[in-house]
Design a protein. Structure first.
Length: 257
């Protein structure tokens, strides 16, 4: 016995083309969305070639590590993704922006769709945490004070810092400051989070705590690309791993110990 859905019956009243179109869109919706793709891209720092022939894809919802020795090109790679360095050769698309043709005037709009977490936090020292968040939201076009307050509280709650809004950065530990930096990266509901050595200045225990926050954010559906040299964290929280080495970027398999 063949069971036909009401939607299919309605389509059959139309035409065969409608039915094919229906199943086409079902298949399309099942495909993974690509949030970052590079094809034969070369990464430069001024006139110096840092990485060459880089081809990779990052799908929505993935947690991807970027590893490599100091000076291997991790930071240059990340800077190219958020428009701090131009993509001079090859193709690159990130959250629907074309990196090869990206104009300076488009960079602020690109960064609104990205959440960027830095190793050194980059919090404004003369403002408390709420004011740090307010500064970002105002700078990116938020005007409704009630919505602003609700969004600040929401992101602080996600990183376990909702009671710290009136603290100044110097009153917080390194781990707490990094949690705030992660919360700031979530303010504009980013499609992709770029975390550049987020545990680089933290002790091992605090690094694990920050990593747990990132893991929870990823489980909620966020895509994260994290540059790191903390191999202990990678072994503890294994995931897809890309390596910068000898001017190349390639996927590696991490072996558990």
């Amino acid at each position: 016995m063949c069971i036909t859905s009401a939607k299919e019956k309605n389509l059959k009243k139309g035409s065969l083309i409608s039915i094919r179109t229906y199943y086409f869109y079902i298949n399309i919706s099942a495909m993974k969305e690509i949030v970052l793709e590079l094809k034969d891209a070369s990464i430069f720092q001024k006139d110096s070639l840092v990485l060459s022939e880089v081809s990779l894809k990052v799908e929505k919802g993935e947690f991807v590590y970027l590893i490599g020795k100091t000076g291997s090109g991790k930071s240059s790679f990340m800077k190219t993704l958020y428009g701090d360095l131009p993509l001079q050769k090859g193709e690159g698309h990130i959250v629907e922006f074309n990196l090869k043709t990206l104009k300076e005037s488009e960079i602020p709009f690109l960064r609104r769709k990205l959440g960027i977490v830095f190793q050194d936090f980059k919090l404004l020292p003369d403002r408390n945490i709420n004011q740090n968040m307010l500064f970002v939201l105002k700078a990116t076009g938020w005007t409704d004070n009630a919505k602003i307050d609700a969004q600040v509280l929401s992101v602080l709650e996600k990183v376990g810092m909702k009671t710290k809004g009136f603290k100044f950065p110097h009153e917080l530990s390194g781990g707490e400051q990094q949690r705030i930096a992660i919360a700031r990266a979530l303010l504009n509901d980013p499609e992709l989070i770029l975390a550049d050595e987020p545990t680089g200045n933290l002790d091992p225990q605090t690094s694990v705590e920050v990593m747990k926050v990132l893991q929870e954010i990823n489980k909620a559906g966020r895509t994260i690309l994290m540059a790191t040299h903390d191999y202990a964290l990678i072994l503890k929280y294994p995931s897809k791993t890309l390596k910068c080495d000898a001017n190349k970027v390639f996927e590696v398999v991490q072996r558990a110990v």
